[in-house]
Design a binder for this molecule. Sequence first.
Ligand SMILES: Nc1ncnc2c1ncn2[C@@H]1O[C@H](COP(=O)(O)OP(=O)(O)OP(=O)(O)O)[C@@H](O)[C@H]1O
Length: 347
Amino acid sequence: MIELKNASKTFTRKGITIEALKGINLKVEKGDIFGVIGYSGAGKSTLIRLVNYLERPTEGQVLVNGRDLGTYNDKELRLAKKNIGMIFQHFNLLESKKIFDNVAIPLVLLKKSKSEIRQRVQELLEFVGLSDKAGSYPSELSGGQKQRVGIARALASNPSILLCDEATSALDPQTTQSILQLLKRINAEYNITVMIITHEMSVIQEICNKVAVMEEGRIIEQGSVLEVFGHPQHETTKNFVKTVVQNSMTPSVEKSLKAENGSLLYKLHFVGKSASEPILYEMIRSFDIKVNILFANMTEIQETTLGTAIIQLSGDRKLVEDALTFLTRHEVSVEEVESYVFDDNNE
Ligand SMILES: Nc1ncnc2c1ncn2[C@@H]1O[C@H](COP(=O)(O)OP(=O)(O)OP(=O)(O)O)[C@@H](O)[C@H]1O
């Protein structure tokens, strides 16, 4: 649906060159809610601006529905853009125009008839829950309502892709929730592919099925949200995941542990069914080893439970190995916490 192939973007200003995007490869499939997360300056806005060709890549390709946007002439590009709606952090509404007219803008540009415009705008305002605000001005609306208008306007030309540029960053948590739920409905009911850029991991957790993490113009990690939240690889990804999923011991537990003569520590990941079965209990019953549970947590992502536990195992090495094999056989992924490999002399 949307594909970036080795896409780079360089800006040159007053003799200074900024590489905003460096060799981006990314694929958004039809029906995805694809999140792009990164800190300020990572290149997220530039990336989303390439997708609707507000910016052209310096190198590489941007393909939408299999066609390279670089090969379009101006007329084709205008038509292609009609297929891509966009919403913004600060809504970008025309303050001097009523809500009805704001939503009607794309339809007027498409030279639709007055009656067609009236019908479509009413339909859209109803869909976003603002039928009673058609005659109001943007200044009379709350932030959440303004974003609903932005969404109605973005949907006016029946796009198959909706791009969201920090669409909830200016909203309070409750309003953010309602806008995210609306985006989810748009994806489900209209089968619109959604691409969201954000610096908030909670947005990704709430509605995305896939995520790409950006840093300094590069994608450092991407995959299904469940995969990336469950097994973040890169340090930056781990820091983002930490903001929504607690997955490490409390500092006091960690401190007391260092003081003890330790054995090995393991981080366990339970996904879906394995998170609700008494696997640890079975392991403790089956193997004569000491099990110390130092941390445990469960989170719901993509309607799937994701469990994390940190355990300390001591006892006969062979039995410990057998216990770990037992866990793996029950679809628990086991990772040794390397920073806690204690010196043999301390044991
Ligand atoms: N039109 C431009 N001219 C020059 N430099 C630009 C331009 N647009 C973006 N940049 C630079 O490219 C880099 C990436 O910017 P971009 O806005 O894409 O990042 P971002 O991840 O969206 O950040 P933020 O979350 O703060 O919006 C930054 O160093 C920025 O200064």
